[in-house]
Ligand binder design. Structure first.
Ligand SMILES: Nc1ncnc2c1ncn2[C@@H]1O[C@H](COP(=O)(O)OP(=O)(O)OP(=O)(O)O)[C@@H](O)[C@H]1O
Length: 456
């Protein structure tokens, strides 16, 4: 019964020695180490000296019963999930067990496959709870910078950096995946610095063609081009005294990059069609989700401009690496949307936090925000429930959305796996059926039929 110190370990409590041995042997074959005791008193004694990941206990035992053990453990070690073994057909006992603080129950005779799934789920639950607790206790520092929220170590480092750059006038290049909060960070830098009373202007460089972007940034005189009926000041002049955010900078055409570099070096713009240059006083922030360094190496982005805009670089971490921030942000958005929708929703039902923590959030904080907005709109209770989460979050399993969870009730048929995988591939290729057909090795008609069959 000796096991390595960090392995997940199960503590079995049953007054029938044979039963203990049977379960221990079966679990060992499945790679799950365990120890057993034939009385609750001995088990409690052992828990004082030893850490266990999950307790599996029988109900009816001489002396302290399984339910009493549940109650005692929920007082002294609420972090250890307890699974109670109840006799088949005794639903009342199962209910009592749950009320006594059990995490789950399983009926006798024990079905070993089901037991191992239940144990793994409890261990995963404990691991996640522990992760959240550790993260929370290690983060007693700043919880926000302006409107940028988060306490994870990744965000703490960022706040120190933001504090410093807010008080300077240096050009800052903000990078990070889409939805990580680049624009919000830019607004917060502006709001915390000496320019906060002056305008903050943002422009999306990917949304405009080159001539339009030029006149948007630098302005134009009347009649400068066909549609130029009046004069326009341009965003550099509109932001005068304040901050200009050039968003999606990686998409800026090369010829525009030359013009921008000149304007930044001379601190002057020449409106389209004019021969007069106008001086501006603007702090320039840029944001991109592209790797500009590679773009420079590949000749798609001017090196001189890159150094000009990247005096200070700030990289925003993806949400999936922010640990317990996921829950804090989820609570923040839940409360905000509950207030704006006037719905008295104030919590998360069992299992929701785990799903939020395990999902990979490819769309980062924006995706989390949208998920919470949708959940508030859908929920019929005073809590957000699992049903209020989108399928991709609910069914997410270690990088795939295809299978159900460990709960047998969530496991799905082969046909459903196929349907989900087709849908997953379709989502991944943005609905492009030709590309999906190539990946799946199916013709487009089959894809269409399979999705349609299931009401998609
Ligand atoms: N740390 C944060 N705290 C609170 N809200 C956040 C945080 N990060 C992002 N958000 C919110 O998430 C949404 C997306 O943020 P934002 O638009 O700034 O992302 P982005 O990185 O600029 O995205 P994109 O690259 O797609 O332009 C916004 O509603 C923003 O308010």
């Amino acid at each position: 019964m000796t096991v390595a110190p960090h392995e997940s370990r199960v503590l079995i409590v049953d007054d029938e020695r044979n039963m203990c041995e049977l379960i221990e042997t079966d679990l060992r074959l499945r790679g799950i180490p365990s120890e057993w005791f034939t009385s609750a008193q001995e088990a409690i004694e052992a828990i004082h000296h030893q850490d266990y990941d999950v307790v599996l206990t029988d109900v009816r035992m001489p002396g302290t019963t399984g339910l009493q053990l549940c109650q005692q453990l929920s007082q002294v070690r609420p972090d250890i999930p307890v699974i109670v073994m109840t006799a088949f057909g005794t639903l009342e006992t199962a209910i009592l067990a749950m009320r006594s603080g059990a995490y789950d129950f399983i009926t006798k005779p024990i079905e070993m496959d089901l037991l191992s799934i239940t144990l793994k789920r409890a261990m995963e639950h404990r691991r996640l709870t522990e992760q959240v607790r550790l993260l929370e206790s290690s983060q007693q520092q700043a919880t926000s910078f302006g409107e940028v929220l988060g306490q994870s170590p990744a965000m703490q480092g960022l706040y120190d950096q933001l504090e410093q750059v807010a008080h300077s006038d240096a050009a800052v290049l903000i990078t990070g995946e889409s939805g990580t909060g680049k624009e919000l960070v830019a607004r917060s830098i502006h709001a915390s610095g000496r320019r906060s009373e002056k305008p903050f202007v943002a422009v999306n460089c990917a949304a405009l063609t080159e001539p339009l972007l030029e006149s948007e940034l630098f302005g134009h005189v009347k009649g400068a081009f066909t549609d130029a009926r009046g004069e326009r000041r341009g965003l550099f002049l509109e932001a005068d005294g304040g901050t200009l955010l050039l968003d999606e900078m990686g998409e800026m055409p090369m010829t525009m990059q030359v013009k921008l570099l000149r304007a930044l070096e001379e601190r002057k713009v020449r409106p389209v069609g004019s021969d007069k240059e106008m001086r501006f006083d603007v702090r320039v922030l840029t944001a991109t989700n592209r790797d500009l360094e590679t773009a420079v190496t590949e000749g798609r982005f001017r090196e001189d401009l890159y150094y000009r805009i990247n005096v200070i670089g700030i990289e925003l971490p993806p949400l999936r690496s922010r640990g317990a921030d996921i829950l804090r942000l989820a609570e923040h958005f839940r409360d905000r949307f509950a207030a704006s929708e006037n719905k008295p929703v104030a919590g998360f039902a069992e299992g929701v936090a785990e799903k939020l923590l395990s999902y990979s959030w490819p769309g980062n904080v924006r995706e989390l925000r949208n998920v919470m907005e949708r959940a508030i709109a859908l929920t019929r209770y005073d809590k957000i429930t699992l049903e209020d989460l989108p399928e991709k979050v609910r069914n997410f399993q270690g990088g795939t959305l295809i299978f159900g969870g460990f709960d047998p009730a969530e496991l799905v048929s082969m046909e459903e796996v196929q349907r989900r995988y087709i849908k997953h591939v379709m989502d991944a290729v943005g609905g492009n059926q030709t590309q999906a057909a190539r990946i799946l090795g199916l013709d487009r008609k089959t894809i269409y039929r399979k999705l349609k069959q299931d009401g998609e």
